[in-house]
Design a protein. Structure first.
Length: 454
């Protein structure tokens, strides 16, 4: 599958062209320009229900689904599935987690074991947690620490694989301080500032100093700022300001200031309900622009707006066209290029890049009548531009002023035919000026100037 950028043909008219990265916008404005790309079964994906996404060291994208592992080169997909008669095939077709080590090793967590991919032979070396029924354990999360040890979170405990190990080891054999996690379901990892954060399902949050290997447990019984909302911690991440973000199964999200040791904000996404169904967390990540992204079963994909201090839900934005906007992203992955990949519940993989969105072209369709002007550019002949204090873009044309509302990607208009006190003396606009964010000055043909409050 080849993705080609469609370029408009300019035929004697001037189009209003906006490049999203040319203007510093708040995230609520940026999401209005999201254009999703999709990879699905029509492109060769083995199943539309995707659990995990990862990019390997050579640039291939890998998609773990409910029925096989898929490698995509941007054009074609190669599928890897279990063959019960071949021990070098991947151990199970249900892929739940993935991780690319700094060495380039590519690991996949399945429903009943861990698989290491050999790129030269296109085969797998499979590992099973000792002491557990291999068909009952699920590999939930993977991470590499600063000693290049692979940490393996499962639905029945925490395991470790060092470079020198031939098999997985229960965490207690190497780190007795974490012995309680031998039999605790592990949900997520995060490694930052010399500390490894471990989310558990019932035992709270564990914080381990990777240098001293000393561990501390945060629970609902902890004191002060370490006290948790619940011991069922689903995800953990850290933003650019070194604030720690915790997400719980019930969609409560906490923001903690590590410097002042305080809880800054508690946000609940639990208002989304469907009958007796409750909203449940799907993922929580930080992108390359510092934005916090969350997915949940009912609210779908959301991004934290630092201006409003709340999550904006993409499913509530009718101008965003997605393939599965009403359903959950099982996981969110940000690759090294800043592209955001959504492993969707029922429609494969969606991906986009806020910093590399294509040009957005606004043009007045041919044959449009004067009565149909509110949501379109008034004229393709544009002369002047100015931004007001609400981040709306005022565009002066030969037929009036078109005001672009970036959040909805629609226009409102100001024309001579408008029967109001603020009617323009002439629809031919020569210049527009924002004066101290207080009012807009509009200069029309003939030297008439109108002053409008911002």
């Amino acid at each position: 599958m080849k993705n080609k950028l469609h370029n408009p043909i300019l035929s004697g008219t001037i189009l209003l062209v906006v490049w999203s990265i040319a203007m510093p916008l708040c995230v609520s404005s940026q999401i209005g320009s999201i254009r999703f790309n999709r990879v699905g079964t029509a492109h060769g994906l083995s199943h539309e229900s995707v659990n995990t996404v990862v990019r390997d060291a050579t640039g291939y994208m890998w998609f773990g689904t409910r029925s096989g592992l898929n490698r995509w080169d941007g054009y074609d997909i190669e599928v890897f599935q279990n063959n019960p008669y071949d021990s070098s095939s991947i151990c199970n077709n249900e892929i739940h987690s993935s991780f690319c080590m700094s060495s380039g090793e590519l690991w996949f967590g399945t429903r009943d074991g861990l698989a290491l991919f050999n790129a030269q032979t296109k085969t797998f070396q499979n590992f099973h947690p000792p002491g557990l029924d291999k068909e009952a354990v699920r590999i939930t999360c993977l991470i590499e620490d600063n000693q290049h040890t692979l940490w393996v979170g499962t639905s029945f405990g925490l395991f470790i694989k060092r470079i020198s190990d031939e098999s997985l080891q229960p965490v207690s054999t190497l780190l007795p301080a974490l012995a309680e996690l031998d039999s605790t379901s592990i949900n997520d990892f995060f490694d930052a500032q010399g500390k490894l954060y471990i989310c558990s399902n019932g035992a709270g949050l564990w914080v381990m100093n990777t240098a001293t290997q000393q561990a501390e447990q945060w629970t609902t019984e902890s004191e002060d700022w370490k006290k948790l909302h619940s011991n069922r911690v689903r995800f953990v991440t850290m933003d650019r300001q070194n604030n720690l973000w915790l997400a719980y199964f019930d969609c409560t999200i906490e923001q903690r200031d590590m410097a002042t040791q305080s809880v800054l904000k508690i946000i609940e996404l639990s208002e989304y309900k469907r009958g007796d169904m409750k909203n449940e967390m799907g993922d929580l990540v930080v992108d390359h622009e510092g934005n916090i992204w969350a997915s949940s079963s009912l609210a779908s994909v959301s991004v934290f707006d630092k201006v409003t201090q709340s999550f904006q839900h993409l499913k509530d934005k009718p101008y965003i066209t997605a393939y599965d906007n009403t359903r959950s992203a099982r996981s969110i992955y940000v690759d090294r290029n800043g592209t955001i990949w959504l492993a969707m519940h029922t429609t494969g993989v969606l991906y986009f890049n806020l910093s590399k969105q294509p040009f957005i072209n606004y043009a007045r369709p041919d044959g449009l009548q004067d009565t149909e002007v509110d949501s379109y550019l008034l004229s393709n002949w544009t002369r002047a531009f100015a931004e007001d204090n609400g981040k709306r873009l005022w565009t002066g044309t030969t037929d009036g002023v078109s005001i672009l509302h970036r959040e909805t990607q629609t226009f409102t208009s100001l024309r001579n035919k408008t029967a109001t006190e603020s009617a323009l003396a002439n629809n031919s606009i020569r210049s527009i000026l924002n004066v101290d964010n207080q009012y807009m000055l509009i200069d029309t043909a003939g030297g008439n100037v109108i002053k409008l409050r911002n």
